[in-house]
Design a protein. Structure first.
Length: 260
């Protein structure tokens, strides 16, 4: 028995690589199973937001993040929410393809097109990312329910003015003042395929109170561009557009059914 214990301890370093290999294989299998599950049962809707500038998606004072968190609480199942930095556009692209089970070549893993509703929104460079991603998804054969641009600033190498034909509805909110101001008009590449809900102008002489939490240099140098981002009235309107597309949250539906 003593010799067996000595042998066990003397070979423990040889066993560790095998243990790590087993763990790695198990993790890979779990990831593959999760991906397969996502492809077999895609969410009924995907809502993707993009931050402006170099703002982190974890910045809790920004309405892009606040609204996403609030909607996630209302729709805890079957709707996927995520907010990305605008520079991580390709990560958002791949995430959508993974969730709907569509390959980059435009061939769905099933025989029919994805039925998942996709909603994209963003502010500043994030709004430019919205249109760029919509164009990429058009190449993949993926339809989009709604795009929302907030004070869209066209990023170098991107084009944020023309909405591709795979988008069913699009809306543009902008403000025309200050050193940094958004695009005043968006157009449909195919008016028969895409409904432009509006190019809606906002104007700010004073910052909304919610802007007090923003960095001082943003409030000073890009005042109006930040005002539209922190305006709770505008973002409640955006939330309403998204909720109209998603339908009533499960708890509200249950309440209505109970009353009926």
């Amino acid at each position: 028995m003593h010799n067996l214990l000595n042998l066990w301890h003397s070979t423990r370093w040889l066993r560790l690589p095998a243990l790590f290999l087993c763990l790695a294989l198990a993790t890979t299998a779990q990831q593959q199973n999760s991906l397969t599950a996502a492809n077999n049962h895609p969410p009924r809707a995907i809502v993707i937001g993009f931050m402006g500038g170099k703002v982190s998606p974890d910045d809790a004072i920004r309405n892009e993040r606040i609204m996403s968190d609030r909607l996630r609480a209302l729709y805890p199942r079957s709707v996927y929410f995520e907010v990305f930095e605008n520079r991580r556009l390709e990560a958002a692209h791949q995430k959508i393809l993974q969730l709907v089970g569509t390959s980059p070549s435009g061939l769905s893993s099933t025989s029919t097109k994805p039925k998942t509703e996709i909603i994209l929104y963003g502010h500043s460079w994030g709004a430019s990312a919205v249109v760029t991603l919509a164009n990429e998804l058009q190449q993949d054969g993926v339809p989009i329910t709604l795009t929302i641009q907030v004070d869209s600033i066209e990023k170098k190498g991107q084009h944020d003015a023309v909405i591709p034909a795979n988008v069913a509805r699009a809306i543009n909110f902008y403000q025309p003042d200050g050193m940094l101001h958004g695009r005043a008009e968006i157009l449909a590449a195919d008016p028969a395929a895409t409904q432009i809900l509006g190019n809606v102008r906002f104007s700010y002489s004073d910052l909304p109170a919610e802007c007090a939490l923003y960095p001082w240099y943003e409030r000073k140098f890009i005042k109006t561009h930040i005002a539209i981002e922190c305006d709770p009235i505008l973002w409640k309107r955006i939330e309403g557009l998204i909720r109209d597309s998603l339908g009533a949250p499960p708890n509200e539906t249950a309440t209505l059914n109970f009353k009926n």
